[in-house]
Design a protein around this ligand. Structure first.
Ligand code: AMP
Length: 115
């Protein structure tokens, strides 16, 4: 069963170390292992939801919670000049871990459009 766990589920279960910056009953936030900006944090639900496409209408509160936690972390991590939230969905968007996650990126000028 363990072999089927995603990397993020192992982090939630504290089987893999992570630089955790926030945790509550619904979600966990930790620093990305391969940061794409000076600040790069991932906010993930503790419940296993593979992607945005798998969210149910009944997950509205949880989905909103992830956004509000990202907002609070942006303040806490002093991303006063701006920040970007990214949620990759599916292989064509570059999603590599099948556990919903919100990237919080900041600390440098972020170009647009993204790649
Ligand atoms: P995505 O490409 O949107 O699926 O993002 C997955 C992210 O997870 C990437 O930015 C990876 O660098 C990050 N990542 C993968 N493994 C770990 C890990 N063990 N700890 C922290 N971040 C990770």
């Amino acid at each position: 069963m363990d072999a089927e766990k995603t990397i993020f589920k192992k982090i939630i279960d504290k089987e893999l170390p992570a630089d955790i910056v926030y945790e509550d009953e619904l979600c966990l936030a930790f620093r990305d292992i391969s940061p794409q900006a000076p600040t790069h944090v991932l906010v993930i639900p503790k419940r296993e939801i593979p992607s945005v496409a798998d969210l149910e209408d009944s997950d509205a509160e949880l989905a909103g919670h992830l956004l509000l936690v990202a907002r609070d972390l942006a303040r806490q991590l002093e991303l006063d000049g701006g920040f970007r939230l990214v949620v990759n969905n599916g292989p064509e968007a570059g999603q590599t871990v099948d556990h919903l996650h919100v990237h919080l990126l900041g600390g440098r000028n972020l170009t647009w459009p993204p790649g």
